[in-house]
Design a protein around this ligand. Structure first.
Ligand code: NAP
Length: 329
């Protein structure tokens, strides 16, 4: 095990818009943040094509280009980027330092910003992974404009599925909502709005069994199975949008910071403070609701300011030796 002994002022785990915004702000505050950006740096936007709703890019920007720019901007002001995954943490309840491991190397940090994001829940059916980005998408708000007059499906029965379907219906020729039950989890108001849209069709109770390519290699049809009588049907489509929820990537800190029943890290009031002193959380890791690049970047900024103010208000803690009990949520 390597222990450098140095205590970082700010360690940031994660490298989506929240992580890089926190890095930018803490770097500009002269806190020299250490960013564990992970091997697959850049978060969910790395899997996206055109981003047309991030302010400041009137022509749109490719998701990976946007993340490269955020990364470069943070690095320009002195953020140190470690392209590695944190494998274990021990958060201190006594105000730090907190311990973070990358394999056998242990690092100490006075404050930690958790920004590990969330993953779209996957269907886990044949064809889904292969056709991702070639007709299969997890974000209609991002990709709907590429499906003008197309035959499409939305999978899911919650508010996200309704919202995505309504947005998609403005572009697509038809939008079939595939849901595994006849009852919907979505709120009545959202359901009523979706039901009022003529090019939305309802496919219940069905699950997607398989997704198949057309001759051009892009999505060609979905095989659906009726969950009540077991019958199957093939639906020709060029777009399938999966909206069956998200999974926050909070496994690293489970049991150490407070999380809710869905695994999202709980923050206090309007702040990014967790229930562990000096540990802040931002972005999709805490956000059930908005989950946009721009909202994640905004909360990364908030976490940076909260960390900066914490260090300002707890100056003596910078020099404490690694000690104090480990946090349990
Ligand atoms: P959600 O409410 O958890 O709904 C997920 C849906 O996906 C459920 O209908 C579920 O079916 C289905 N599902 C889950 N796993 C599945 C699988 N493996 N195969 C097929 N179907 C599956 O998630 P959400 O819609 O993303 O909403 C999350 C939260 O954000 C909610 O609190 C929601 O109200 C909120 N939200 C609000 C708005 C708004 O008000 N404008 C918009 C979006 C989201 P079952 O119902 O059978 O479990």
């Amino acid at each position: 095990m390597t222990d450098t002994g140095a205590i970082e002022k700010v360690a940031i785990i994660g490298s989506g818009p929240a992580g890089y915004a926190a890095a930018l702000y803490t770097a500009r505050a002269d806190l020299s943040p250490l960013v564990y950006e992970g091997f697959a740096w850049g978060g969910l936007l790395q899997q996206t094509t055109d981003v047309e709703n991030y302010p400041g890019f009137p022509e749109g920007i490719m998701g990976p280009d946007l993340m490269q720019r955020m990364r470069d901007q943070a690095a320009r002001f002195g953020a140190r980027l470690e392209t590695d995954d944190v494998t274990k943490v021990e958060l201190s309840r006594g105000g730090g330092p907190h311990k973070l491991w990358v394999g056998d190397d242990v690092h100490l940090a006075q404050t930690v910003v958790l920004a590990m994001g969330a993953q779209h829940r996957k269907l886990g059916v044949p064809g889904e992974q292969e056709l991702s980005g070639r007709g299969v998408s997890y974000c209609a708000t991002c990709d709907a404009a590429f499906f003008k007059n197309a035959e499409t499906l939305i999978v899911g029965g919650g508010d996200s599925a309704m919202e995505e379907a309504m947005f998609l219906s403005k572009f697509a020729g038809t939008v079939g909502i595939v849901h595994r039950r006849d009852e919907f989890r979505a709120s009545k108001i959202m359901l009523d709005r979706a039901r009022a849209i003529p090019n939305i069709e309802w496919l219940t109770p069905y699950v997607v069994e398989e997704l198949h390519p057309a001759e051009n290699g892009s999505l060609g049809h979905a095989r659906l199975r009726n969950t009540s009588d077991g019958s199957e049907r093939d639906v020709p489509i060029t777009g399938a949008f999966v909206a069956i929820g998200h999974e926050p990537q909070s496994q690293l800190v489970q049991g150490q910071v407070e999380t809710d029943e869905a695994g999202y890290v709980v923050t206090q009031g309007r702040s990014t403070k967790t229930n562990v002193p000096g540990v802040f959380a931002a972005g999709d890791l805490v956000d059930h609701t908005y989950r946009q690049a721009v909202t994640a970047a905004g909360s990364g900024c908030e976490a940076a300011l909260d960390a900066e103010w914490y260090l300002r208000d707890n100056p003596q803690r910078l020099d404490q030796p690694a000690a104090a009990g480990t946090a349990t949520a």
